[in-house]
Design a protein around this ligand. Structure first.
Ligand code: XIL
Length: 455
């Protein structure tokens, strides 16, 4: 399915020279990437990543074999880190380096989720292969999963009123069997929708009333289907722009929101109400990227406050957190704002509304937004040096220090993938690879892993 996506419109041009593109969200991603920041869209999120190059879309074979979990290298990377020592888990809040306590010579604990058990669940996005090919890592280190694509609109209702749950159900069953939580992603998004959804069937645009009915019907069916198994839903994904305004219909294909174009901003409230009606016990999230941009975080805050004031059932905010190994030095680039202090502001702002905060799509790309890359500077396993691994570890360390500091409002941290052999950031026709996760292509823990558990 993702393969289809890619094939539709994969970067026909090379990332570093793209000027326009259509089709897939992924392309956009890529776009957002190379270009500036002001219009970056969604995937750009990735774009985020993209920034450096763009998150392409499509599939990736993923999971090769190995499934060893625990062992592995332990080179501590990071600069400025705290130190090792495990602090038995309970406390955990401190921003800086707490970590007193024992076992300095035993190396990091093998189990990531266990280390964070008293703080928040640790999740991973999985696809219809990776939950099997990466099962050992998943079972050892994670206690929550998100379906990377299998619960999106086009996956569940490719044809009107014909719901196809098989792929998603397999993932959910795996999670239930292994006592893992499941986050549902995502009910209403401008991307990865089937063509019929916004069509009137005779070449025109669907009417407002029909689209509203289709949206509610989708939410109602899907949320009821997974009721009792999916504990939290990303109800609306990526509805805001970097300047704090709504994503509207007046954007390039792939970036524009046809929901907003046809329904206006009320689609957001209607989506949350429908989800709540379908499962009053589910935690309902608004999910978005670039939360570190002050204008965007303020726009999201204003929107959420408005919803809460109207009594709309919103329970949390998802911070996608597709990060990069360092912020951009280009002042006009979205990632110029990508630092811990700005992310902290977002957490404070959203939680001041009484909302839960979850990190929903974490990864740290090696590519720096605003820098131009080409075939000769794309990273490979050979050029992903120890120094770079250490730098990535340091970046992971500083963000996890932040997350631990806000353990009282953060109710989950999910990585967008499991290991570097299967990441959406490598889904490029150009062959550009990225290495953004805690486990390497052989499923061995990286220095980034040690940095995350080393507190
Ligand atoms: C991405 C998937 O990882 C890709 O496989 C797919 O081709 C495009 O979508 N923000 C989101 C996620 O909310 O749904 C996106 O997932 C990444 C950006």
């Amino acid at each position: 399915m993702r393969k289809n996506l890619i094939s539709i419109g994969l970067l026909s041009c090379l990332l570093w020279s793209c000027t326009s593109s259509t089709s897939t969200p992924d392309d956009d991603a890529a776009m957002g990437a190379t270009t500036t920041s002001s219009t970056a869209s969604t995937a750009q999120t990735s774009g985020t990543s993209a920034s450096a190059g763009g998150g392409a879309g499509g599939n990736d074979a993923g999971g090769s074999g190995s499934t060893s979990a625990g062992g592995g290298e332990t080179n501590e990377g990071g600069s400025g880190g705290t130190d090792s020592a495990s602090s038995g888990g309970t406390g955990g809040a401190g921003t800086g380096g707490e970590g007193t306590g024992g076992m300095p010579d035993e190396g990091p604990p093998k189990n990531l989720a266990e280390k964070y058990a008293s703080l928040f669940p640790i999740g991973a996005a999985v696809d219809s292969q990776s939950y099997m090919t990466h099962a050992a890592l998943l079972k050892t280190h994670f206690n929550s999963v998100t379906a990377e694509n299998e619960m999106k609109f086009e996956s569940l209702q490719r044809n009107e009123n014909n719901f196809t749950y098989d792929a998603a159900d397999r993932i959910v069953n795996f999670a239930v069997t292994n006592k893992m939580k499941v986050r549902g992603h995502a009910l209403v998004w401008h991307s990865q929708n089937p063509a019929w959804l916004f069509s009137n069937g005779s070449g025109g645009t669907v009417s407002r009333q029909t689209l509203l009915t289709r949206m509610k019907n989708h939410i109602s069916n899907v949320v009821r289907h997974f009721r009792g198994k999916v504990y939290a839903w990303d109800v609306v994904n990526e509805a805001m722009m970097e300047d704090g305004s709504y994503r509207t219909g007046n954007l390039a294909d792939g970036q524009r929101s046809r929901w907003h174009e046809i329904l206006g901003e009320s689609y957001i409230a209607e989506a949350f109400k429908a989800a709540h009606e379908a499962d009053p016990d589910a935690k309902l999230f608004y999910n978005d990227f670039y939360n570190y941009i002050p204008a965007k975080q303020q726009g999201i805050y204003n929107m959420l406050k408005g919803l809460l004031d109207q009594g709309v059932p919103v329970h949390g905010v998802g911070l996608q957190a597709h990060l990069n190994i360092e912020p951009s030095t280009v002042t006009t680039n979205q990632a110029y704002h990508q630092n811990v202090a700005n992310m902290e502001e977002a957490i404070k702002l959203y939680s001041s509304l009484g909302l839960d905060v979850q990190v929903t799509e974490l990864d740290i790309s090696l590519y720096i937004p605003g820098v131009t890359y080409n075939q000769s500077t794309f990273y490979t396993t050979a050029t992903f040096t120890d120094a770079l691994k250490a730098k990535q570890a340091a970046r992971y360390r500083e963000f996890f220090e932040l997350f631990r500091k806000y353990k009282s409002v953060i109710t989950g941290v999910t990585f967008w993938g499991i290991a570097d052999d299967n990441t959406w950031l490598s889904e490029f026709s150009s062959g550009r690879k990225d290495f953004p996760l805690l486990f390497d292509v052989n499923h061995t823990p990286k220095p980034a892993y040690d940095a995350v558990v080393g507190f």
